[in-house]
Design a binder for this molecule. Structure first.
Ligand SMILES: Cc1cc2nc3c(=O)[nH]c(=O)nc-3n(C[C@H](O)[C@H](O)[C@H](O)COP(=O)(O)OP(=O)(O)OC[C@H]3O[C@@H](n4cnc5c(N)ncnc54)[C@H](O)[C@@H]3O)c2cc1C
Length: 415
């Protein structure tokens, strides 16, 4: 492992810093950007996010890994990592574009028609049109290929009926990408077709889901006879699983290692030093120091694992399934650190109001967001399966429905 920038990487970092210093404010020590949980869908925050995105796009700093022909700069993965590190040190609005730019845009680049690439990629890059991912259903999450939302051909259109759930941002998105069942007589991965759908189409009903922290980041989305033109089909009929896999691979790559912002280990140590217990700092308590030491060990393990990824990227290699470790270790660590911080806050820890709670309720927000982190983009159990099968070489899971037509899989819904 080499933790230092190569001369080329250092020169790139300097260029990035120069632009950011001229166009954005730096975060002060201990300061964090507003999380997505805090008013993700507020029109004001979305406008701010769009203005920042347009500014980056004008200067050639939007979606830097995208090919130049789509408005990117063809940057390498390590340059992208450097950009993210440097942008992360600045005051910026929440990123509401990640699903489109990180997952759906790259899918259109691989599987979309030329017409789709011309129409959709530029406004996506500039943040003018925001996108959502219509994959999960009430009975299809980890087992996405079990999806039941149907699309039936009718002339030049397809007619979609069914329900999606957990759709992040559906309430403010212009476009969605949806996977549908088009041939129930085929095996479950084989009868799926992928479409781009206008979220304002007649027949779409979006119901925000109220979360434990009071925010509504995601939604239920109901489809009743929604018409989508065949021109909006992405890839061939009944071959949508290939596109879905491209989206999911990009999802793993974009959120795989990270567990979002919010307060960190250094904030926890500072709090332990500032919190008084019976006239002494909590930090003087040996149990507190032991807990902190255990967090520190896990945090350092994660940091060095991320350096391995950075080194692989720097050498032009693709990090393997071991990058699943980042979220698998990071999300529970964040949950435990937040729980411990709330304990340190004593009775005041039960408040979440920004104006009343200690540290402006940042630990409470972090605690309430962390269960979602352990599910989104692959649950803890699914990530363990990936590590078991693809890193450790253990035998794969038994797949009892292999080779069966989707309609014959014995589930409650098929009876
Ligand atoms: C914050 C957040 C944002 C999201 N945004 C979106 C979005 O924008 N679009 C979208 O389509 N979806 C979104 N999702 C949904 C997400 O993709 C699913 O929650 C995830 O795939 C898990 O599916 P599920 O919730 O149906 O749980 P299930 O798959 O039903 O799992 C239930 C439990 O069973 C376990 N389990 C399932 N299969 C196995 C197995 N084979 N081996 C061992 N254990 C197993 C799981 O780990 C879990 O504990 C979001 C979720 C969250 C939390």
């Amino acid at each position: 492992m080499d933790f230092n920038d190569t001369p080329e990487e250092a020169a790139f970092r300097k260029q990035v810093r120069a632009w950011l210093d001229a166009n954005a404010e730096r975060l002060k020590p201990g300061e964090t950007n507003p999380g997505l949980a805090e008013g993700r869908g507020s029109p004001d925050l979305i406008k701010k996010a769009q203005a920042w995105q347009a500014k980056k796009a004008d200067a050639g700093w939007a979606c830097i890994t995208w090919p130049k022909k789509y408005g990117g700069r063809g940057a390498t993965a390590i340059q992208n990592m450097i950009w993210n590190q440097e942008e992360g040190r600045c005051k910026t609005p929440p990123n509401v574009f990640g699903i489109g730019q990180g997952m759906l845009g790259p899918t259109i680049m691989v599987h979309g028609s030329d017409e789709q690439k011309d129409r959709y990629l530029r406004p996506m890059l500039r943040g003018e049109e925001i996108w959502c991912q219509l994959f999960s259903e009430p009975s299809a999450g980890s087992d996405l290929a079990g999806l039941r939302t149907s699309a039936v051909r009718d002339g030049d259109d397809w007619v979609i009926n069914g329900q999606k759930i957990w759709t992040t941002g559906a309430q403010y998105c212009k476009w969605g990408m949806i996977v549908t069942r088009t041939d129930p007589t085929a095996e479950k991965h084989k009868g799926i077709t992928y479409f781009i759908v206008d979220m304002q189409s007649p027949g779409i009903e979006i119901r925000p889901i109220k979360q434990i922290n009071g925010a509504s980041g995601f939604n239920e989305v109901f489809f009743t006879d929604v018409r989508v033109s065949d021109r909006n089909r992405v890839g061939a009929v009944n071959e949508g699983w290939r596109g879905a896999i491209t989206t999911l691979m990009n999802e793993r790559a974009s959120i795989g290692g990270g567990v979002g912002g919010g307060p960190d280990f250094n904030d926890l140590v500072r709090m332990a030093k500032e919190t008084q217990w019976d006239g002494r700092p909590a930090f003087a308590d040996s149990d507190v120091r032991q807990r902190l030491a255990r967090f520190y060990i896990r945090m350092k393990g994660l940091q060095y694992t991320s350096y391995r990824t950075q080194t692989a990227l720097s050498r032009g290699e693709t990090p393997g399934p071991q990058s699943s470790i980042g979220k698998l270790v990071g999300a529970p660590l964040r949950q435990e650190m937040a729980g411990f911080a709330i304990d340190l806050e004593g009775a005041a820890g039960s408040m979440i109001d920004k104006l009343l709670a200690p540290e402006e309720g940042a630990w409470q927000q972090s605690y309430l967001a962390s269960p979602g982190l352990r599910l989104a983009g692959g649950t803890d159990e699914i990530l363990r399966n990936i590590i078991a099968e693809r890193v450790l070489g253990l035998p794969p899971e038994i797949r009892a429905d292999k080779g069966m037509a989707f309609k014959d899989i014995p589930t409650g819904a098929n009876k």
